[in-house]
Design a protein around this ligand. Structure first.
Ligand SMILES: [Zn+2]
Length: 472
């Protein structure tokens, strides 16, 4: 190259980079600046931070001056000193129950992301529906990332009973009914071949079946979690490697003395067993507040229960049915509650891994919004600190899935799932409800987009939902 041509080239290149950034400027990068970044590992707040996001990943965190040239100027977003937390998780959800119609299920599923819940642990059900929604979620940043159990393992006798008594053929097709331990290896193999992320057990025909499921999952190096059937000793279930205990109302805790309870808690601590108390479900189904429930079911003006506007027809129908069942229940839940809560408090005090989960999309549990209720209840019922609560919805579930190097924190190299809050949730966990915007897989969902999506879902439910007859 001749000298004059070279000089011309250098001048041209310099001019180009001065106008549009540097040679490192990425056209697709976004830069959030003026942010307070919450570190969920220790509760510290890094003020005046800028977060550079590209290709769905946090590329860098630092001062505005050091990062501003790396994103085009119209991609710089002023966070106005709001608070940024990692995208949250709901660790107990059933997405097959969102709606009877697939498109509507998709928009109901977006209620998670719109409420700052960017990942969910899907606890099993109708595999066809779950698979379709999981595939949809991989293509849209408006939907949460899904980790699923697929079909649930049940006692075969229980499945047959439901099919016969409720004439519910579908239930039989959606569950894996097991009668004997010998059937377990083949059944675990077949479910894993579907591409599920872990195994969920609900009822078990015998302790032998339960322990065989534990053994097979261990052989396959796959997690198993769920309910510990009343026939199985709780200590033995933890010892067999169950990865998480679900729900506050674990039957075996009823009448259990402190010594045994303490031994289970310390075993959970040493084996890293998680606990997902689904307090929202317990409050709604076991200790239900009649006034609140009737507002949920009957208030079509949404004045006393504004979030009810987001309930789908199938959720309302199921809720009506569930209230009927709860009314007939002979189980003295209220009397049992104190022992359940005692166990939960011991778990929180001993810093056993707690996962915030709601049993969302089940009757009376609204997708997305219910996670905020759950966080409130973790404070109210288990006396957890705001930091512990934030951890239960961020780093704990990420660690549960061995993803603590990719998700659950705001650090360089992490997946860019973030929630931007108006106020600091460490001051008051209720501040998690004041969501300004969300970043999912590196894409910003602005405050305006969130409001528009909420309105759309509300409109759909209002126009196309025929109220269950009893509710009108
Ligand atoms: Zn559940």
């Amino acid at each position: 190259m001749r000298k004059s041509t070279l000089s011309f080239f250098i001048i041209l290149t310099t001019l180009f980079y001065t106008c549009s950034g540097t040679k490192d400027t990425s056209k697709s990068a976004i830069l959030l600046y003026n942010a307070n970044v919450i570190q969920v590992t220790d509760g510290s707040v890094l003020t005046d931070q800028s977060i550079l996001i590209d290709n769905g990943i946090i590329q860098s965190i630092g001062t505005y001056a050091s990062l501003k040239k790396l994103a085009l100027e119209d991609k710089h977003i002023d966070i106005e000193n709001k608070y940024v937390i990692p995208g949250m998780w709901d660790s107990h959800v059933h997405i097959d129950k969102l709606s009877d119609n697939f498109e509507h299920s998709e928009s109901m599923l977006s209620l998670y992301t719109l409420n700052g819940v960017t990942s969910i642990r899907e606890m099993g059900g109708d595999w066809k529906k779950i698979k379709k929604l999981k595939e949809a979620s991989q293509k849209s940043h408006l939907l949460p990332t899904i980790f699923t159990a697929g079909p649930i393992f049940e006692n075969k006798a229980f499945v047959d009973w439901v099919v016969e008594n409720d004439n519910d053929i579908e239930f039989g097709e959606q569950r894996i009914g097991v009668s004997k331990a010998e059937e377990v290896p083949f059944l675990i193999d077949s479910v894993l071949k579907l591409g599920v992320d872990f195994i969920k057990v609900r009822t078990a025909a015998s302790p032998e079946v339960f322990f065989e499921i534990a053994k097979q999952c261990q052989n396959h190096k796959v997690k198993f979690c769920g309910h510990v059937d009343a026939k199985v000793d709780l200590y033995d279930a933890v010892n067999a490697g169950i990865s998480s205990l679900e729900h506050l109302d674990i039957f075996q805790l009823n009448g259990m003395d402190d010594t045994k309870m303490d031994s289970i808690v310390s075993l959970m601590k040493s084996l890293n067993t998680s606990y997902c108390p689904t307090l929202t479900y317990f409050k709604q189904h076991r200790i239900y507040d009649k006034k609140e429930i009737s507002a949920f079911l009957y208030d079509s003006t949404y004045t006393s229960y504004p979030q009810r506007a987001y309930a789908s027809e199938s959720l309302l129908n199921k809720s009506k049915q569930a209230v009927g069942w709860a009314g007939q229940s002979q189980v003295p839940w209220k009397a049992m509650e104190s022992n359940f809560l005692k166990f939960g408090k011991k778990i929180a005090e001993n810093n056993v891994c707690i996962l915030a989960g709601t049993d969302g999309a089940n009757a009376l549990v609204l997708p997305g919004f219910s996670l905020h209720d759950e966080l409130d209840l973790l404070q109210k019922e288990l006396n957890m600190s705001t930091l512990q609560i934030l951890q239960s919805a961020t780093i704990n579930p990420a660690t549960y899935f061995s993803l603590e190097d990719k998700l659950g924190k705001i650090e360089k190299g992490y997946i860019a799932d973030l929630v931007i809050l108006d106020k600091n949730p460490l001051d008051d966990i209720k501040n998690v409800k004041n969501i300004h915007s969300v970043v999912k897989s590196g894409k910003l969902i602005s405050s305006f987009e969130i409001q528009a999506a909420f309105e759309g879902i509300k409109e759909y439910n209002k126009n196309d939902t025929t109220m269950p007859s009893v509710i009108q």
